[in-house]
Each structure stands twice: as structure tokens, then as C-alpha cells.
Design a protein around this ligand. Structure first.
Ligand code: NAP
Ligand code: GDD
Length: 403
């Protein structure tokens, strides 16, 4: 590892191993798994703004899969380039090791995952391989790298409020026991405890973020919030008649993804590694999200019937129906987080409220489909340019989706 001229690294001896800390003015180098995902793209932007050199692991796909980061990518031949992409996969430990050796990062953010809870019931082995074993592979690679070089690497693990599952207390905080309800959540619990164990066993600077749901215009199209806001824009544009949903009564603590990636970075800037909940402290039903999103475009919804026969209507037009294939074999009924530790220690607080989140997502989807939001939202529009940079990077293709 080479250090910038004139700057001396500092070192301390722990368990017979010298750990070298980068001086604060040295260029920081981050490695992000899952850089092409919602959070990865926001985190990459944030770190580039903070002058980091950013490296991301991308998967080979037969179609382009870098839409969310295309706007920040500069050709690697350009001397100004500070974002570099490497092919790899969390199921491929050899490549993870090779990338780590090449990149020599000071911070690693493990955001890569098969992150869809419903899909994890269909593909449990793959989900567990990528999410649980993937975390272990990365931790092992970092452990060896750190022991061999003496260079300290800070590690962030993307833990999830899904780990609370069948919640054992309300609200959920860092000390609330886990009760996972899906293959995805079980895998995240494994990743969480391995992260704790590597911190304790090998003195790794490793943090778990226990993040409650966070959304944005870059949210994958099959997660419920984006599925709703995308459908709203398509219905307004006359490209879709109805929206089929599953459990309308599930409650989630929904925040804005950009706020949450800042919290990830803050965790790694602390003097000691620790685990933190990031949440808004508010919970809302899927039904409320639907009502608010449709009302914004002047389509107030009334509900008729119950269970699988329930329908959401605008006047006498059925806009929402239930399709039980979107139910989960075991559901997480309620999530509500208590982020007071993050506020106290990190100074982290969410900035975007639930109504603002719904509005910014509806707005972005209207624009993505080529509609002018102003006449559609009229006086209901409140954001006025806030968060505008989110709007340009949304897939506009129709897409065929199971969930
Ligand atoms: P996302 O949009 O689904 O992105 C997932 C990323 O992981 C994508 O870049 C994806 O690559 C990559 N990936 C998938 N399988 C992989 C594999 N086998 N090897 C390497 N990379 C792989 O997820 P997100 O919402 O940004 O969430 C980021 C992380 O936080 C995930 O670990 C998620 O489980 C966790 N989390 C999310 C939330 C939330 O509300 N968003 C809350 C708590 C925790 P492709 O683009 O090629 O598919
Ligand atoms: N996806 C989806 N599609 N969910 C639906 C639908 C539908 O048509 N209808 C109702 N829901 C309900 C789900 O049953 C669930 O209770 C809730 O909406 C939220 O579902 P998702 O948006 O798929 O997110 P999630 O809460 O299951 O998982 C997300 O948040 C976790 C953090 O708590 C993902 O981002 C996970 O990766 C993340 O860990």
C-alpha cells in the first residue's frame, strides 16, 4: 500500500498484528458490492462527492445493468476517473479476494444481495448463498488481507429490519431479538452475526446497519412502493388499467434511501465499530401508501369488499385488485424502528417525511413516463424542485415482472 507523500501512516499493535490506519487527509478508497442497486448508486454518489476513489463490483449480465450508475461513470482511461467497476459475484470467493487485493480499499460496503423477500421463498438456496455465504466470503477475504498486510479495512454489512420479522417488541431497536420470517431474513441474520463475530474474533472494524425500508425513484420496480408509484403514472398515462397487489395491511417504516446511505458512511467514521438501527420512527400500511399516491394524481381511492375480493375504486372504476400470488408464506406484519442510538451517537436523522417520499416517487415516475407532473398534481404538489437530481435515472421500459 502506498501512502501520499508527506503523510505518515499511524500504527498500533493489537494481538501481535500491526494495524495501519490511513492518515485522515489520504485518499480514501471504498469498495461497494451491489453498486448497481438502489443503495449502491446513492452511496457511490455520496462517496465521490466526499472525494473517495470508488470501486464497485458488478455482475455480468446479457443486458446492461448499470442504469443507476451510468450518470457517474467516467471512462477508466480518463485521468479524472474515480469510479472503477470490477466483474465479480458474492457467490465467487476467489474473485472477491482478487478484487480486494487489487483495490486495497480502506472501506468495504457489502450491499450486494438477492434482496427481494418474496423471491427468496422461490429461490432460497441462491438467496442464502449470496446473502449469508457471500457475507462470510467477503469477511474471510478481508480478514486474510488485514492479517497479511496489517492494513485496517472498515466493513459495513447491510443488515435489515426484516431480521426482526415476527417482532418481539415495538418499536424495534438494536437490542430487540431477531425472529426472521423468510429465507432472505434468515440469511441476513447469519450475515449480522458473522459480522459481530469477526469484529470480536479478529478485531475487524465491522458494523451492522439494521436498516428499515428505504425507497426512492431508483427503487427496484417490484418492491411495493415503486410498484405503486409506477402503476399510478402508467394509469394516468393510459398504459395500464389496474394494479394487482398482495397484503394491503402490512405496515412498514419507510424512509428515503439517500438519507440512509449517509448513515452507512457515518457508521464507518466512528472511533469504534458498532451496530445501528436506521429508521424514521413512523409506520404506515401499504393501503395508506396506495391512497396517498393515487390521491396525489387526483384519483382518490375508496375500498370495497374484503380479503382476496377487496377492490380499490376511483368512482366506479376498479383500479386495485388483490392477487394472492403476492402474499408471502410467512408475512412480516409490522415494522417500526427506533433510531435513537443513531441519532445520539452518529447525529443521524432522516430528512424526508412519508408524504414527501410518496410525492417524490410519484413525481419521478410521471416524469419518467413522459408526463408533465405540474398540471397533474396541481396544487397538491409541494416539493417544487426538491430532490430533482433523482429523476433522470429511471428505467422507462415496460418490463415483465413476476412480483
Ligand atoms: P437492490 O436494489 O436489490 O440492489 C442489490 C444489489 O446487489 C444490486 O447491485 C445487485 O446487482 C447486487 N447483487 C445481487 N446478487 C448479487 C450477487 N450474487 N453478487 C453480487 N452482487 C449481487 O437492493 P438495495 O435496496 O439497494 O439494498 C442494498 C442492500 O441493503 C441489500 O443487501 C439489501 O438486502 C439491504 N437492505 C435494503 C433495504 C431497503 O429497504 N432497500 C433495507 C434493509 C437492508 P444487479 O444490479 O446485477 O442485480
Ligand atoms: N413486493 C410487493 N409486491 N410487496 C407487496 C405487494 C406487492 O404486490 N403487495 C403487498 N405487499 C407487501 C408485502 O407483503 C410486504 O409486507 C410489504 O408490501 C413490503 O414489501 P416489499 O416492498 O417487497 O419490501 P419488504 O419489506 O418485503 O423488503 C424490503 O425491505 C427490507 C427491510 O425491511 C426489501 O428492500 C428488503 O431487501 C429489505 O431488507
Amino acid at each position: 500500500m502506498s501512502f501520499a507523500i508527506g503523510l505518515e501512516p499511524q500504527a498500533i499493535l493489537i494481538f501481535g498484528v500491526f494495524l495501519v490506519f490511513a492518515p485522515s487527509s489520504m485518499t480514501q478508497r471504498a469498495l461497494i458490492t451491489g453498486i448497481t442497486g438502489q443503495d449502491g448508486s446513492y452511496l457511490a454518489e455520496l462517496l465521490l462527492k466526499k472525494n473517495y476513489e470508488v470501486h464497485g463490483i458488478i455482475r455480468r449480465a446479457s443486458t446492461f445493468n448499470t442504469d443507476r450508475i451510468d450518470h457517474i461513470y467516467v471512462d477508466a482511461h480518463d485521468p479524472q476517473a474515480r469510479l472503477f467497476l470490477h466483474y465479480g459475484d458474492l457467490t465467487d470467493g476467489t474473485t472477491l479476494r482478487r478484487i480486494l487485493e487489487q483495490v486495497q480499499p480502506t472501506e468495504v460496503y457489502n450491499l450486494g444481495a438477492q434482496s427481494h423477500v418474496r423471491v427468496s421463498f422461490d429461490a432460497p438456496e441462491y438467496t442464502v448463498d449470496a446473502v449469508a455465504m457471500g457475507t462470510l466470503r467477503l469477511l474471510e477475504a478481508i480478514r486474510d488481507y488485514q492479517q497479511r498486510t496489517g492494513i485496517r479495512v472498515k466493513f459495513y454489512q447491510a443488515g435489515s429490519s426484516e431480521m426482526f420479522g415476527l417482532v418481539q417488541e415495538i418499536p424495534q431497536k438494536e437490542t430487540t431479538p431477531f425472529y426472521p420470517r423468510s429465507p432472505y431474513a434468515c440469511a441476513k441474520v447469519y450475515g449480522y452475526w458473522q459480522t459481530v463475530n469477526y469484529r470480536e474474533a479478529y478485531n475487524l472494524f465491522a458494523c451492522n446497519g439494521i436498516l428499515f425500508n428505504h425507497e426512492s425513484p431508483r427503487r427496484g420496480e417490484t418492491f411495493v412502493t415503486r410498484k405503486i408509484t409506477r402503476a399510478v403514472s402508467r394509469i394516468v398515462a393510459g398504459k395500464q388499467d389496474k394494479l394487482y397487489l398482495g397484503n394491503l395491511d402490512a405496515k412498514r417504516d419507510w424512509g428515503y434511501a439517500k438519507d440512509y446511505v449517509e448513515g452507512m458512511w457515518m457508521m464507518l467514521q466512528q472511533p469504534q465499530p458498532d451496530d445501528y438501527v436506521l429508521a424514521t420512527g413512523e409506520t404506515h400500511t401499504v393501503r395508506e401508501f396506495v391512497e396517498r399516491a393515487f390521491a396525489l394524481v387526483g384519483l382518490p381511492i375508496t375500498w370495497k369488499g374484503s380479503g382476496q375480493a377487496e377492490q380499490g375504486l376511483y368512482k366506479d372504476q376498479v383500479l386495485i385488485e388483490i392477487d394472492p400470488r403476492y402474499y408471502r408464506p410467512t408475512e412480516v406484519d409490522l415494522l417500526l424502528g427506533d433510531a435513537s442510538k443513531a441519532k445520539r451517537v452518529l447525529g443521524w436523522e432522516p430528512k424526508v417525511s412519508f408524504p414527501q417520499l410518496v410525492e417524490l416517487m410519484v413525481l419521478a415516475d410521471l416524469e419518467a413516463i413522459g408526463l408533465d407532473p405540474d398540471p397533474i398534481l396541481g396544487e397538491r404538489r409541494t416539493l417544487n424542485g426538491l430532490l430533482s437530481e433523482d429523476r433522470a435515472f429511471i428505467r422507462t421500459q415496460l418490463g415483465v415482472h413476476y412480483d
